[in-house]
Ligand binder design. Structure first.
Ligand SMILES: CC(C)(COP(=O)(O)OP(=O)(O)OC[C@H]1O[C@@H](n2cnc3c(N)ncnc32)[C@H](O)[C@@H]1OP(=O)(O)O)[C@@H](O)C(=O)NCCC(=O)NCCS
Length: 357
């Protein structure tokens, strides 16, 4: 393309770029281990000019795929950035640990640790769009932090465009590292159920059981309400279980999983081994405001994969038999109905389903 620098043609070129970008589809997805090699090549290309300027030993230019692979865990969120379906960069947030030499990442805080876009795709607003897309995945975020060499105007403009502000703090991770400007973005604390699309499942830690219980209670309340179940007529319904139940299950070695949108738990399920090759699924739950997005199926698929990897052959589940929609959902997900039972202490019929994995 020939750029004419006469009259208003610079404007024309600028608008041409903007218009072209408007039509481009920028998306993110959870980074998979198989993408690490490709992303590390992009990371090298993107950070080369910075390394040539600062010669700092901590520069990502000096790192390989292992540097990306070690971010793919519960403490970080690493996303692959795509432009019209083609991988053009990566971005990752740290959820726990340090966000600067002197500060820890607190509740409701996220540290945008790194973003890199292939040089051929820079200056087109892709990073900013990727940041906005990532933020939809973190419904509990109140503050975002980012840092970058204070003399890097390009980074400053990108982060300011994404809503970050200079908070006047300057930090240095080590003697040979450049001075970093720390920017912060404050999010409204009015909670709006966000457009979470990429939650992740991880094993639950002991200190998360209380949050899991709250998710179970809120989720099963909708079932209790539809069937008129109360503490009086059905004290053992899942919507009323105490924390000690989950603590005991953890002590018995049940496999307990939560569905995380950023650091917020939005879903839950557990598995217990009941016999040779048989596992039972318990307390499958998705918070009401996150339903009908396939997250229940995500947890169900994870249960299936887990049982398979543990050498199991069958998953069983018990439901409220009268819950026709739920029963239909399990059947649509490969379960078969195996029977019913009526217990004196329960004001509904118990229904049973199972599927092989
Ligand atoms: C069952 C549950 C985990 C499904 O979660 P989800 O994230 O909405 O599941 P998916 O998006 O994968 O599937 C949605 C489907 O669930 C089915 N479903 C199951 N129970 C339902 C209910 N009570 N009301 C509406 N849909 C229900 C529907 O077929 C729905 O289809 P739709 O989105 O086309 O309307 C969730 O409804 C829940 O937490 N319910 C309360 C607790 C419960 O009953 N758990 C099961 C114990 S055995």
């Amino acid at each position: 393309m020939t750029v004419q620098v006469e009259g208003n043609s610079i404007c024309t070129v600028f608008y041409f770029w903007e218009a072209t970008m408007e039509t481009r589809n920028i998306s993110i997805r959870i980074t998979t281990p198989s993408e690490a090699e490709r992303l590390s090549r992009i990371q090298k290309a993107a950070f080369k000019p910075l390394y040539e300027k600062y010669h700092d030993e901590g520069n990502p230019y000096l790192r390989g795929p292992e540097d990306i692979l070690r971010r793919l865990n519960k403490c970080n969120r690493h996303y692959t950035i795509l432009c019209d379906g083609e991988i053009v960069g990566g971005i990752f947030y740290r959820l726990y640990g340090r966000r600067s030499p002197s500060d820890e990442i607190g509740d409701g805080e996220y540290y945008l640790s790194r973003i890199y876009i292939h040089p051929d795709y820079q200056n087109k607003g892709i990073a900013r769009k990727a940041i906005f897309l990532c933020e939809k995945e973190f419904p509990d975020a109140r503050f975002y932090f980012v840092d970058f060499p204070e003399d890097m105007d390009k980074n400053r403009r990108c982060y300011q465009g994404a809503g970050y502000c200079d908070i006047g703090v300057r930090e240095r991770w080590s003697e040979d590292a450049p001075v970093l400007a720390v920017f912060q973005k404050t999010v409204s604390n009015v909670f709006t159920p966000t457009e979470v699309t990429l939650p992740l499942i991880y094993e639950v830690e002991k200190d998360e059981l209380r949050e899991c219980l709250s998710v179970i209670h809120q989720s099963f309340k909708t079932a209790a309400d539809s069937f008129g179940l109360t503490r009086e007529n059905c004290p053992r319904h899942t919507s009323f279980i105490p924390l000690s139940f989950l603590e005991s299950q953890m002590n018995w070695g049940w496999h307990m999983y939560a569905l995380y949108a950023g650091k917020k738990i939005i879903g839950y399920m557990s598995l217990s081994k009941e016999g040779d090759g048989i596992f039972e699924l318990h307390n499958l739950a998705v918070l009401p405001e996150y339903r009908h997005k396939g997250f229940g199926k995500l947890l169900l698929d994870h249960a299936k994969d887990k049982v398979k990897s543990l050498g199991g052959k069958t998953i069983k589940v018990g439901i409220i038999e009268e819950s026709a929609v739920l029963k239909g959902w399990y059947i649509a997900n490969g379960f078969v109905h195996t029977g019913t039972k009526k217990f004196d202490h329960l004001p509904f019929t118990s229904g049973y389903l199972e599927r092989s994995v």
